[in-house]
Design a protein around this ligand. Structure first.
Ligand code: NAI
Length: 334
């Protein structure tokens, strides 16, 4: 026989898990499909809601046959489809929008993706204002401020629940360093701060096990422009989808672990950040401690060397413009 307190504890942990509905908006896309599969494999996810303007029911039917416990449902753009997908969601991942083609910067995607993210953010603000919103759609430096402005306009903005997914930048940095050093990437924890495009991506090798790598300009550039390698190799068929799905699934898992009360969960992510607000930069990616309320603590950037200082200066110039562009878009196109 179980003691009553034990039964209570078991009931509590079961109910905490039952509430972990996760929604993917853009679920039938290049990122959306493998991301949905990885989320189906995550035992912390109890319900998976897959929404896209086309093809989500097919992806859902396929993923639903994977023999893990969670339920999976696809939603279409019917008048109530999106709202139903979002209702009760604890985590919403947004990889909806167009990816890059060779020669494009992430900012070139702005015209198409800004309105997609704005409209999806409106739906989230209405249907699941307390959910953790994870923005993957590029340009992240602008789409995260767009989402924030939409939530503010609806009177439901909680800066602790909005995340730009920059996980792929640290995943790449760790892998690239391990290739150079012949080490296990699991041992290469590289801090990457700033934003999520080109020179706004600032790897801080001086804080790693190999501080000398900060003067390796080729490596720094590879981390900043690693996405271009994939865009070029796919030759017009899109950008990173599989590695991105892994990175997005890792971020979602960290959010869920922290929501369940696990301590010490730290991920790099682009959030409403106090770090450089005095310089007019409202959003910044750095290591963030996650908790049941989302952002628990934005960790400081820490010591940087002279080379990284310069990288940060270049980052600030572009990042500020990208953030302002996102805010201005919502002001002009609410
Ligand atoms: P994709 O074109 O393969 O898929 C996008 C999906 O979004 C499509 O299925 C499309 O039907 C759907 N979609 C479009 N408008 C929608 C709407 N209003 N509501 C719901 N779904 C909608 O593109 P992919 O490769 O999956 O990339 C998606 C986004 O992720 C791009 O903006 C890309 O730049 C970005 N990305 C971000 C990364 C990051 O590190 N944060 C890394 C790689 C890509």
């Amino acid at each position: 026989m179980f003691a009553p307190s034990m039964i209570q504890r078991r009931a509590f942990s079961a109910s905490a898990r039952q509430l972990s509905k996760v929604a993917v908006l853009g679920a039938a896309g290049g990122i959306g499909q493998p991301l949905s599969l990885l989320l189906k494999l995550n035992p912390r996810v109890s319900e998976l809601a897959l929404y896209d303007i086309r093809g989500a029911p097919g992806v859902a039917a396929d993923v639903s046959h994977v023999n893990t416990k969670s339920t999976v449902k696809g939603y279409e753009p019917t008048p109530t489809g999106l709202a139903e997908a979002l209702k009760g969601a604890k985590v919403v991942l947004i990889p909806a929008g167009v990816p890059r083609k060779p020669g494009m910067t992430r900012d070139d995607l702005f015209n198409t993706n800004a309105s997609i993210v704005r409209d999806l953010a409106k739906a989230c603000a209405e249907s699941c204002p307390d959910a953790n919103i994870l923005i993957i759609s590029n340009p992240v430096n602008s789409t995260v401020p767009i989402c924030a402005e939409v939530f503010k306009n609806k009177g439901v903005y909680n800066p602790r629940r909005l995340f730009g997914v920059t996980t792929l930048d640290v995943v790449r940095a760790s892998r690239f360093v391990s290739e150079i050093k012949g080490t296990d990437p699991a041992d290469e924890k590289i801090t990457v701060v700033g934003g999520h495009s080109g020179v706004t991506i600032v790897p801080l090798f001086s804080q790693s096990r190999h501080p000398e790598l900060s003067s390796n300009a080729e490596l720094v550039k590879r981390v900043q422009f690693g996405g271009d390698e994939v865009v070029k190799a796919k030759d017009g068929a899109g950008s990173a989808t599989l590695s991105m799905a892994m990175a997005g699934a890792r971020m979602a898992d960290s959010i869920l672990r922290a929501a369940e009360g696990e301590k010490g969960v730290i991920e790099p992510t682009f959030v409403d950040s106090p770090l450089y607000k005095d310089q007019g930069i409202d959003f910044f990616s750095s290591n963030v401690e996650l908790g049941p309320n989302g952002v628990e603590k934005v960790l400081p950037v820490g010591p940087v060397d002279a080379i990284e200082e310069k990288l940060l200066e270049a980052c600030f110039v572009d990042l500020k413009k990208n953030i302002e562009k996102g805010k201005a878009f919502v002001a002009q196109n609410p």
